[in-house]
Design a protein around this ligand. Structure first.
Ligand code: MD3
Ligand code: FE
Length: 215
């Protein structure tokens, strides 16, 4: 079957994590330079910024978005907004390469009709972390979330359906793609403080793209 720019992964590169979740090891590697260039294009128009939580804390992860809307947090709460509040402009359009990657990866996991309308881009530097949370600001939890990691490796914390469940630790490396759908869609998850390092693609940075059907 023709799947566009991304090849069918070898069986040993496909790691089922649980019902609804599959890790595609290195799936994005053939296009990592193009993906990085597209991130740079997006962030030139919508700069990375450290958002403020409703509780008044500055997030250590720097974020931007592209697509029909972007995820945003400030004192008023979390939401998706078609306008970037920092630039007062629409978020940049989703690059074709992003859309192709997200739809192909979702199809590999059995989600044939996934059409993401938002890509949230997270930037981590050594020491940056993302505490355990659920992603529930999207309208339709029937759609999966596709995540793509680039640059420095991270320890992904993957809990259960309640905050108290002790999280599993999963190493995510550059090029890894994870599709989270079905019963895995509402699990608690986070990222442990990023270890220092120097990656040939990004230097002292980890980037994560999450593709969502938010609207
Ligand atoms: C499991 N990002 O942006 S990606 C996020 O690496 C987020 O930047 C992390 O959590 C990062 O919200 C983790 C893996 C991920 C993303 C979304 C999920 C796993 C998920 C949504 C539901 C279940
Ligand atoms: Fe999340």
């Amino acid at each position: 079957m023709q799947r566009g720019l991304f090849a069918n992964p070898a069986e040993n590169a496909r790691e089922p994590l649980t019902e609804g979740a599959v890790l595609l090891h290195g799936y994005a590697n053939p296009r990592q330079d193009g993906l990085l260039a597209a991130v740079q294009e997006v962030s030139a128009a919508a700069p990375f910024r450290n958002m403020i939580t409703p509780g008044g804390q500055r997030m250590s992860v720097a974020m931007t978005n592209c697509g029909d809307a972007g995820w945003f947090s400030d004192r008023r709460g979390y939401r998706y907004d078609p306008i970037d509040p920092t630039t007062a402009q629409p978020w940049p359009p989703m690059p074709d390469l992003f859309l192709n990657l997200a739809t192909c990866a979702a199809a590999e996991a059995g989600f044939d009709a996934f059409r993401p309308d938002v890509c949230l881009i997270n930037r981590y530097e050594p020491g940056t972390r993302l505490s355990l949370h659920q992603d529930k600001d999207e309208r339709d939890f029937g759609a999966p979330i596709v995540s793509v990691s680039l640059g420095l490796p991270a320890v992904f914390l993957w809990g259960g359906l309640t905050r108290g469940d002790r999280p599993r630790r999963i190493r995510l490396e550059s090029g890894d793609v994870v599709v989270w759908g079905g019963p895995a869609r509402l699990v608690y998850h986070g990222i442990a403080p990023l270890a220092d390092g120097d990656h040939p693609l990004t230097g002292r940075v980890r980037l994560n793209l999450t593709f969502r059907k938010a609207l």
